[in-house]
Design a protein around this ligand. Structure first.
Ligand SMILES: [Zn+2]
Length: 312
């Protein structure tokens, strides 16, 4: 094709059509993701508002929390890509034997606890993040009645939450295996007790053996916490599920119990997770706010304050 013919071709309707098609396609390529982005952020804003409306309308809201809210404070998780177990499968195998070891030889269990470094490091060094703080503030406002957490790090309490059920125990507490009483571990000088060869520590109430309050593999959930958690889940009309896929039983029962309602009553299950979970896929959650709990919860709190007429 010589130059003349090429110019002629350019001017022909067919060729201009192709050019226009190409330009529009390119525009489409660049503009569609942007549309999706706007659509998604609009949808997210609406869902945040919806969550605030549901919380304010609800009469008895609870929160169920898991590892996701703690990893945002820098605490390592167990089964994530760089989790404690993923990096050290032998440590997981050892963890499965800890409860049996306690039952067989509580003194040995305590010596190991006091001499082998903890897998999570020193939990004292971690601070609550804006997600924990938002939940604590919702409790102070009278909106949130209970936090039921799978985390053992005590960060909800550090954030100011007072009504917390530590479903898997609390690393800062000891529990009597005979009467179930709990004690602050800081009240015991365990190294001194070990030095005086008086391990295991004993309950000041009944003389029973104390173990860490943390629930080990194969150990049943302490009955007081298990029963009250079920009661709160069956009583709530709004459940905020934060940073957990809730697949580990028996905790996994709680979202299901919160969802099931007698005829004529309804509950709203709001999920805040980084990715969709089986709760999303099985329709247990009514909607998913996809993102970090440390970002979503403060946004919901702001909307709640707006609805309640509280100045920001
Ligand atoms: Zn006791």
């Amino acid at each position: 094709m010589d130059e003349k013919n090429f110019v002629h071709e350019l001017k022909s309707p067919a060729f201009s059509g192709i050019i226009f098609w190409a330009i529009f396609s390119l525009l489409g390529v660049f503009s569609e993701p942007r549309n999706d982005f706007f659509k998604e952020s609009m949808l997210m804003t609406n869902l945040i508002k919806q969550a605030a409306v549901d919380l304010v309308k609800g009469k008895y809201a609870i929160a169920l929390t898991g590892a996701g809210i703690s990893t945002e404070s820098g605490i390592p998780d167990f089964r994530g890509p760089s989790g404690v177990w993923t990096r050290d499968p032998e440590a997981e195998r050892r963890a499965y034997r800890v409860y049996a070891q306690f039952q067989e030889d509580p003194k040995r269990y305590w010596i190991d606890r006091l001499t082998i470094p903890s897998l999570l490091g020193n939990l004292d060094q971690y601070a609550p993040n804006p997600g924990h703080l938002a939940l604590a503030e919702m409790e102070k406002m009278g909106i949130l009645k209970w936090v039921i957490t799978q985390n053992v790090d005590g960060l909800h309490q550090k954030a100011g939450s007072r009504r917390v059920l530590d479903y898997h125990g609390n690393a800062f507490k000891l529990r009597c295996v005979s009467c179930g009483s709990r004690f602050e571990s800081g009240d015991f000088d365990l190294k001194k007790i070990m030095g005086e060869d008086r391990l295991p520590p004993l309950c000041s109430g009944c003389g029973g053996v104390l173990k860490s309050d943390v629930v080990h593999f194969h150990e049943p959930i302490p009955s007081d916490v298990a029963e009250q958690s079920l009661e709160e889940a069956s009583r709530c009309d709004v459940a905020l599920i934060c940073g957990t896929s809730a697949v580990v039983y028996p905790f996994a029962r709680l979202p299901q119990v919160a969802k099931q309602r007698p005829p004529g009553s309804k509950s709203v299950i709001i999920e805040i997770n980084a990715e969709p979970t089986p709760l999303t896929e099985r329709g247990i959650s009514d909607y998913l706010l996809q993102g970090k709990t440390g970002e979503m919860l403060p946004k919901i709190l702001e909307e709640v304050k707006g609805l309640k007429g509280i100045k920001k």
